[in-house]
Design a protein around this ligand. Sequence first.
Ligand code: ADP
Ligand code: GLC
Length: 468
Amino acid sequence: MEIIHLSAECYPIAKVGGLGDVVGALPKYQNKLGHVAKVVMPAYQTNFFFEHQYETVYDGWVKLGYQNFPVRILRELHNKLGFDLYLVHIAGLMDRPNVYGYSDDTERFLAFQIAVLDWMEQWKHRPDVVHCHDHHTGLVPFMMTNCFRYSSLKHVTTVLTIHNAQYQGQFGWDKLHYFPAFDPWKAGMLDWRGTINPLASAIKCCWRLTTVSPSYLDELGFQANGLENLLSWERGKSAGILNGIDNEVWDPQQDPMLEKKYAVRTVENGKRANKEALCRVFNLDPEKPLFTFIGRLVGEKGADLLPDIFYNTLSHYDGRLNILVLGSGESVVEGRLTHLKNNFEGSYNTYIGYNEQLSHQIYAGADFLLMPSRVEPCGLNQMYALRYGTIPVVRRIGGLKDTVTDIGDGGFGICHDQSSVWDVSQAIGRAYDLYQDVQRMKDIRKYMMKLDHSWDRAAQQYIDLYQI
Ligand code: ADP
Ligand code: GLC
């Protein structure tokens, strides 16, 4: 089978969050199963782009309303990623350092989708599946089935994976003229509540729809940022497939980003060495339990609760535990988290920003990882934590519910029901008590590290889904 993954992110080329990790791994594992999976994404000006070599496979123009932009599609030559990578260079729109956050993001991603379809339409063969990830590629199923120009792609299977339904990419009907011509009677397939909504359109037009965990699919029926009814209506073609993790990238035994590599057998010494290194850098005490949070500092992740949770916890435990935060996001949260450093020097620290290497070191060196998410479609952090022997402290929601079992239920994590200062503080208290039981901590670490969350299972589930 030939599968074309379309995405705004893909690790290691450009990653903002878990979408990048998934698109950087799933195709590799589909190829290992004997299929031909490729990734097509925009050519941003990231380090990866400049450090690799390419051949040009397509030169053309993309027309967006009254403007034309030059397009060049490049294939990466060395193929070390485990899949063919195609980068869509659109001068004036995509040749920028960041993935998102520009005032013309609508135009950027619409141009990307049109450019990809213009290119695919010229192929001598048809792929078996076009797999779209999130709203940035959500207009592709509509355009493939309705735009006259792409009629030759009409019968190619389209799959949408929803990584996060909070973001839908809506824009006004005044931008309708950006689209290649289609039968105006079909315009309703773009609409949701009076705007052009790429995620809603993809939900309507795709052949199969997946979410990144089974629980998230259930939750979307009553909490989907306005798309609840639509998702319930389309439930028949939907499936929840739990993400995996790339065990080759996230492997404490081979991870070059760690201070000391370790295996299940050597986990105690290994974690100890990594914890000491972290504590040295961040002025923390390696003798005390180390709690951490890694992620986007946004409401969805419960990040706005963190300053109060940390203030209460650090006051209550008075130097008996450490907390370290790695993240960036809302400036108010960043400011409050930074400010806490003044109150709790020696037991609290924070790194505001994005740092891939530091994230690996923290998964390896921490004792507990906090995830008080309000919404968590899957969550990869908890699975990385498990692989590195770090106990997840999570809210029972979405993918967290599907991957973490509480120690009280014979499991290995600490779970709580609500995203509130009270619930999370209670959970930290339970974790602190657990930490005092040295033998139990050792047993849990070993148990967690042996859990299998690799992509092998999920990659096959996607293949099965394409074939139904
Ligand atoms: P989301 O995609 O919603 O942000 P996930 O749990 O799926 O959440 O994935 C987050 C990914 O981004 C993980 O690989 C995590 O380690 C990484 N990450 C998040 N914030 C940072 C940061 N500040 N520095 C380094 N890595 C980060
Ligand atoms: C989204 C979700 C996250 C998920 C990731 C990868 O960013 O917020 O929960 O793990 O996509 O699917």
